[in-house]
Design a binder for this molecule. Structure first.
Ligand SMILES: [Zn+2]
Length: 159
């Protein structure tokens, strides 16, 4: 924030992945245990593992996230359906961030950030969840892709 890393008094600023996913039916979170000990954290929907679980719950098929994304790109209707649900989950999760912080940009850097469909289709979905019904927040892929988290951790160790 303003060029400075925002950590907060508890050192947890930015851990939005361990909030509950907004606008989720009550039964759904119980199907998604999180490593933090709770159920239904945003991460259990938006990680690659979360995408695989969404696909399994919708189709009964266990597939790795990269294969679901690839199959969706190649026109597989079930994979397209799962990926559309993923994008709705992502829109709900990021809308909560936008409604609280309204950042200048959102940069995605985990393994799912490699799904090119995100950058094409997510902006159109965000507006329906952001307060006021409009959203101009740019969504960008991290410069160093899915190794950005590791690079950031290494950078912090040297600060
Ligand atoms: Zn959690």
């Amino acid at each position: 924030m303003n060029g400075q890393l925002l950590t907060g008094p508890n050192g947890v600023a930015g851990e939005w992945g361990h909030n509950p996913l907004p606008w989720t039916p009550e039964a759904e979170p119980r199907k998604r245990p999180c490593f933090c000990g709770r159920y239904g954290c945003i991460e259990t929907f938006l990680s690659g593992t979360g995408l695989s679980l969404t696909h399994k719950l919708r189709t009964g098929q266990q597939q790795p996230a990269h294969l679901i994304v690839e199959n969706a790109r190649n026109g597989d209707p079930q994979a397209i359906d799962t990926l559309q649900q993923y994008l709705e989950h992502l829109a709900r999760g990021l809308a909560a961030v936008i409604n609280v912080l309204d950042p200048d940009i959102i940069v995605l850097g985990d393994g799912m950030s490699n799904a090119e469909q995100i950058y094409r289709e997510l902006p159109g979905k965000l507006a329906s969840y952001v307060f006021g019904g409009e959203c101009d927040t740019p969504i960008a892929k991290a410069l160093h892709g899915d190794s950005s988290g590791v690079r950031g951790a290494a950078w912090l160790a040297n600060v």
